[in-house]
Design a protein around this ligand. Structure first.
Ligand SMILES: Nc1ncnc2c1ncn2[C@@H]1O[C@H](COP(=O)(O)OP(=O)(O)O)[C@@H](O)[C@H]1O
Ligand SMILES: [Mg+2]
Ligand SMILES: [Zn+2]
Length: 337
């Protein structure tokens, strides 16, 4: 069967054409279904406007508006970003969220990493923990504690080991749904955990939540710092604001003698923050307890005991909270540099 809307034959041969979101495109629909039979249709039940309008230039299209005023019932919105994967974005998102919740704030987490959703696992959630409100059609976030809820693809899928194979428009729709199509209620903090890089998901978040503040995560090595520079350049082009930068995996406290081991070096994040004139939010050391707690599904910030990373996450959350309440963010787009 030939479908006209986006040139299905070409889509079948080359993958979906850029911008093809046509439901009638058989080839593209097939490509999506193949990798995605498991996602409940609830994710798309009330489709919101998903395509980014205008030319594919982030600066223009993001400033173009077109969405309703965002999330008025949420006091502070944070966007945990980095250039790279594996630097600790999800760990930072989850631990800062848990520390804020323990301090009494109503907190929500959106896991915008559709391909590598780790928030649900870090919070020990079972598959299917996200529900749907039949009356409103909105998603009901999973609960970690009474004032900490979250949405993650891994809490929606019945089989969390199944890969999500989606192209841009569908990813944007899912991210939008995870942010705006959820019964969050009133929140003090909404924390969006992002995938690595600067792709469709990031653009969608910035467009849907223009007042979101980026918390940049880096490790001390140059390879991570270089990616953070690119992420900062992306934020500047896209008109994003930044709260500050944190250095994770910053030194290791020797379990035997307590000495400071500089496994991945140390201090590169602080220097980068100075170079770009953005606030440095603090360092989190490497700590085996962080790995254990991740595997257990219990964030260090909410676990018993005391340790270097737990103290650092608590200090980071306090710094983030103080800066949010003071309204201290750097408007990158307004900068000359
Ligand atoms: N400070 C830390 N100390 C020890 N392990 C850490 C620390 N931060 C993160 N990790 C571990 O590193 C891995 C990657 O972290 P993660 O938060 O998933 O990164 P990202 O979200 O950037 O991909 C995980 O196994 C996590 O437990
Ligand atoms: Mg992650
Ligand atoms: Zn030692």
């Amino acid at each position: 069967m030939k479908q006209a809307s986006c040139g299905a034959e070409q889509c079948a041969a080359d993958g979906r054409k850029p911008g093809c979101a046509a439901a009638s495109c058989a080839a593209c629909a097939k490509a999506d279904e193949d990798g995605f039979a498991q996602v409940p249709s609830a994710v798309f039940r009330r489709p919101e406007r998903t395509e980014l309008r205008g030319p594919e230039r982030p600066g223009r299209e993001l400033r173009g508006g077109g969405f309703s005023p965002p999330l008025q019932a949420v006091a502070h919105k944070l966007f945990v970003m980095s250039g790279k994967g594996g630097v600790g974005k999800s760990s930072v998102a989850v631990n800062v969220a848990a520390a804020l919740a323990l301090a009494g704030y109503r907190t929500g987490i959106v896991d915008a990493d559709l391909h590598g959703p780790s928030v649900a696992g870090l919070l020990g959630s079972r598959p299917g923990a996200v529900g749907v409100d039949e009356a409103s059609g909105k998603l009901l976030p999973a609960e970690f504690m009474p004032n900490l809820h979250f949405i993650s693809m891994a809490a929606l899928l019945q089989d969390r080991d199944r890969a999500v194979i989606w192209r841009g428009p569908k990813k944007s729709a899912a991210v939008l749904r995870f942010i705006k199509g959820v019964e969050w209620g009133a929140l003090d903090y909404l924390i969006v955990d992002s995938p690595p890089g600067t792709g469709d998901e990031h653009l969608t978040v910035l467009k849907a939540v223009p007042d979101i503040l980026a918390v940049m995560v880096t490790t001390p090595q140059e390879i991570s710092l270089a990616d953070v520079r690119r992420a900062l350049s992306f934020l500047k082009t896209a008109g994003g604001k930044i709260l500050g930068l944190t250095e994770n995996m910053s030194g290791l406290s020797c379990p035997h003698c307590g000495g400071d081991i500089r496994l991945f070096k140390k201090g590169g994040g602080r220097l980068l923050a100075e170079e770009y004139g953005i606030p440095f939010l603090g360092e989190i050391p490497l700590d085996p307890a962080a790995v254990l707690s991740a595997d257990l599904g219990l964030p260090l910030a909410a676990a018993d005991g005391d340790g270097a990373a737990k103290r650092a996450f608590a200090a980071l959350a306090a710094e983030v909270d103080a800066r949010c309440r003071a309204g201290a963010a750097v408007d990158f787009a307004a900068r000359r540099q």
